[in-house]
Design a protein around this ligand. Structure first.
Ligand code: GLU
Length: 421
């Protein structure tokens, strides 16, 4: 029997709860509702890999294709010890809604391998990646399903996926994966894209609330790709980043942290974030409850729950991670009058530039970074406006508005396609 807490922390339940509210408000027909609720395909693979010690380990991997209604499946691959099929299923559905919110022609998918990448050598990681890709090679492809980085994976892993897939289909196929290195058909601006997208949303939100960048205090939980690039860009743009955190802990400084130095400390000197000298030490959990103007949870799921949401003290909650707020916490955050930029909008900058990367790979013609950023800005601003306008016109919160905009787009495409029998 699932307890109330385990149910709250099950991301699939969280994703489903929002889908159900939005579908009901939209008056979605029962048949369409059922079609969209379930994924198209779930694959489990068992990946035998020879470790450096000579022993054979068998890893479990997943790829869930939630929807191909609006285009090929799109979504990252996560390498983490706590990956589960429920999590991958939720993340795949979120990718469908995310791509639809920003109106890019993809469906949704997600993959994961249960492993701890920090404990694997580079060559073990390469063998896990290649065997996982080989096992999925019939289902991946530029027109089928296109992976990208997520927690625990990076551009090198994308390069191995590209190479393995290309060997299987016997031709170099850069467009099978995004988030690749620049030398291998990657896009300018992809590395910063999720952080840039967050900042564009924050810019829109502060102007709505009558705040100015230089007096806006920001706390960012998470210093992986999204949190670190987002903090750096926001710091450069004039925001005051007063708190930062990663898995090891957090630092806080009410006068603002020197983010370029912190970035150098973590990424070039390879030191532990909470040991950085420029601030007071606290925990990655506690940093969420310090007073600020913008709180950016950019780490992982289930950070803001029904147990702690009352302690959140910000004006804007901009979600960089997927699913950082549980469905049970939504009403508490709403009652506090916090302006929410939900994950499927807030972190959609990453997949938007993944779309640009796929377009560039397919046309074999690459854009300047300024062109990528300009197009990203256009997509994010337009999507933000659509969601907020819908929320205001229909008196729903921003999260439900984002789901409604997305579900409506998928439903319209589905009706046009009809049902193949
Ligand atoms: N993993 C990222 C996300 O959750 C990026 C997905 C992509 O670029 O396909 O949005």
């Amino acid at each position: 029997m699932p307890t109330a807490v385990s149910e709250e922390l099950n991301v699939y339940e969280s994703a489903e709860a929002r889908f159900e509210i939005a579908a009901e408000k939209l008056g979605l027909e029962q048949g369409l509702y059922r079609y969209m609720k379930y994924p198209e395909r779930e694959i489990t693979v068992y990946i035998p890999v020879a470790l450096d010690s000579g022993q054979i380990a068998v890893f479990t991997g997943y790829r869930v294709l939630h929807s191909t209604v609006r285009g090929p499946g799109k979504g990252g691959v996560r390498f983490a010890p706590d990956v589960s099929i429920d999590e991958v299923r939720a993340l795949a559905a979120w990718m469908t809604w995310k791509c639809a919110v920003v109106d890019i022609p993809f469906g949704g998918a997600k993959g994961g391998v249960i492993c701890n990448p920090a404990k694997l050598s580079k060559s073990e990681l390469e063998r896990v990646t290649r065997r996982y890709t080989a096992a999925l090679s019939d289902w991946l492809g530029p027109e089928r399903d296109i992976p990208a980085p997520d927690i625990g994976t990076n551009d090198q892993i994308m390069a191995w996926i590209m190479d393995t897939y290309s060997m299987h289909v016997r031709q170099a196929t850069t467009a099978v994966v995004t988030g690749k290195p620049l030398d291998l058909g990657g896009s300018q601006g992809r590395k910063e894209a999720t952080g840039r997208g967050l900042m564009i949303c924050c810019d829109k939100a502060i102007s709505k609330l009558g705040l100015k960048r230089d007096s806006t205090r920001v706390i960012v939980q998470g210093f992986g790709n999204v949190g670190s690039e987002g903090s750096l860009l926001m710091h450069q743009a004039g925001y005051k980043i007063i708190g930062a955190a990663d898995v090891n802990g957090a630092i806080y400084n009410e006068n603002g942290l020197d983010i370029p130095k912190l970035y150098d400390w973590v990424y070039h000197q390879r030191r532990s974030l909470p040991e950085f000298a420029g601030g007071e030490r606290t925990t990655a959990q506690e940093i969420l409850f310090r007073s600020c103007d913008i709180l950016v949870p950019a780490a992982t799921e289930n950070q803001i729950t029904s147990q702690n949401a009352h302690r959140v003290d910000c004006k804007i909650l901009c979600e960089g991670a997927n699913g950082p707020t549980t469905a049970h916490a939504d009403s508490i955050i709403e009652k506090k009058g916090i302006f929410v930029i939900p994950d499927i909008l807030g972190n959609a900058g990453g997949v938007t530039v993944s779309y640009f990367e796929w377009v560039q790979d397919r046309q074999g013609f690459f854009w300047r970074e300024s062109e990528v950023n300009e197009r990203l800005q256009d997509v994010m601003e337009h999507s933000f406006d659509q969601v907020v306008r819908y929320a205001e016109a229909h008196s729903v919160n921003n999260r439900i508005a984002a789901y409604i905009v997305a579900i409506d787009r998928v439903a319209r495409a589905l009706k046009l396609r009809g049902f193949y029998a």
